[in-house]
Design a protein around this ligand. Structure first.
Ligand SMILES: *Cc1c(COP(=O)(O)O)cnc(C)c1O
Length: 392
């Protein structure tokens, strides 16, 4: 064996144990590339005739394990993982669209999804119509070039629940696919594929991770669609780090427990706010009084409505400032879905780019506070919110 130091340093440390036992949890395979025994082995893996990996931008053992979890809990044939929710969204859109095509999208979408649809797709001469999917007659917005219908299960910040079955039916009649961003609901609360959606997308950064330490995206669909998105996604290069995939596999083990508790706490908070004299209105699909309650009950699993709610404060226009600035244990965070409860003001975070008129058209007031309900004891949450409400 060559004893030169550099040769030793570069070749050692790759011990792959052969033993009668296997690791009880998945090993973190950080390898960006894989070595082959011989030319035949490489040819077989490339042609899909033998199991094996090539290059981690394409896929990696940890990615495969995460895909298996996601396709199973979402009831899809296959899945893909990405470096962020936006990478999942943009790769899915670009795969399905070309110049001259048309997209029908909800008017109430995650800010950056809206920006991509409106300002990036137009560069490729792809036309997007933004529609209120609560509209009874959406058929009139389709045209022969409509390829995709794009929506979110629960909209932000009004927490409207879209009629996924009706939208999927309309999409299919017009030969389009329906894409649903299910980030707020997760497969625990809603499985859009079972209601007719063709493609489900997640920002794994939110509840799938749930602990605020991963940025990632996931797509679940049928095998043919996944193969097509995979080809394009590999070119655009938004691949998930194997470490993030590993953390997500670990986080997903508690997804159902977390979503049940997020939902239970959110319903209790919504009920508390609904009866509070300092609150104008509560937006939460799990409240009996919500206009979305019946639809949400029929689409959602086990009477769970998720952890996100929005409240409209009474009082002066800057009451949101007093509210946010006096919270102590509950943090002001421009994201969501962690184990700790957090609040944000949609007008100065997610919808900051809208002017006053656009905010009004979107039905968003400066007095709105969006709450991401965490896993604390409900009594502590109610006590802290009650104390700041008494200041406005
Ligand atoms: C956060 C979020 C995204 C974007 O995901 P990133 O992981 O931040 O890229 C997309 N859709 C929804 C509904 C989100 O909340």
């Amino acid at each position: 064996m060559n004893r030169n130091m550099n040769t030793l340093l570069t070749r050692l440390g790759n011990h792959n144990p052969r033993s009668l036992s296997v690791p009880e949890t998945i090993p973190l395979t950080l390898s960006s590339v894989f070595a082959f025994e011989d030319v035949d082995s490489l040819n077989q893996v490339y042609e899909g005739e033998a199991e094996g990996f090539i290059y981690s931008r394409m896929t990696n053992p940890v990615h495969e394990a995460l895909k298996e979890v996601m396709r199973t809990i979402d009831g899809g044939e296959d899945a893909l993982v990405f470096s962020s929710g936006m990478a999942a969204i943009t790769s899915t859109l670009i795969t399905h669209l070309e110049a001259g095509d048309h997209v029908l999208a909800s008017h109430a979408l995650y800010g950056e999804t809206y920006e991509f649809l409106k300002y990036q797709l137009s560069k490729f001469h792809i036309d997007v119509t933004f529609v209120d999917f609560g509209d009874e007659n959406i058929d009139r917005y389709f045209n022969p070039k409509t390829r995709l219908v794009y929506t979110e299960t629960i909209s932000n910040p009004l927490m409207n629940v879209n009629d996924l079955r009706k939208l999927a039916e309309a999409a299919h009649i017009h030969g389009a696919k329906m894409v649903v961003d299910n980030t707020f609901a997760t497969p625990v609360v809603c499985q859009p594929l079972a209601h007719g959606a063709d493609i489900v997308i997640y920002s794994a950064t939110k509840y799938l991770c749930g602990h605020g330490d991963v940025t990632g995206g996931i797509v679940v669909s049928d095998q043919e669609t996944i193969r097509a998105i995979d080809k394009v996604g590999t070119l655009y290069g938004g691949c998930m780090s194997p470490f993030d995939a590993w953390i997500l596999i670990r986080s997903l083990k508690t997804l159902e427990l977390r979503m049940k508790e997020h939902s239970r706490n959110a319903l209790k908070l919504a009920t508390f706010f609904n009866n509070h004299p300092k609150i104008n209105k509560v937006f939460y699909p799990g409240l009996n009084s919500s206009p979305c309650y019946d639809r949400a009950s029929s689409l959602f699993n086990n009477q769970l409505f998720g952890g996100m709610l929005t409240i409209d404060l009474k009082g002066a226009e800057d009451s949101y400032r007093t509210f946010i600035d006096h919270l102590v244990g509950i943090k002001f965070v421009p994201s969501l879905a962690g184990v700790k409860t957090s609040v944000c003001s949609p007008a100065i975070t997610s919808h900051r780019n809208l002017n006053d008129q656009e905010l009004e058209e979107a039905g968003i007031a400066k007095s709105f506070i969006r709450i991401s309900t965490g896993l604390e004891h409900i009594d502590d949450l109610i006590a802290e919110f009650d104390s700041v409400l008494n200041l406005i």
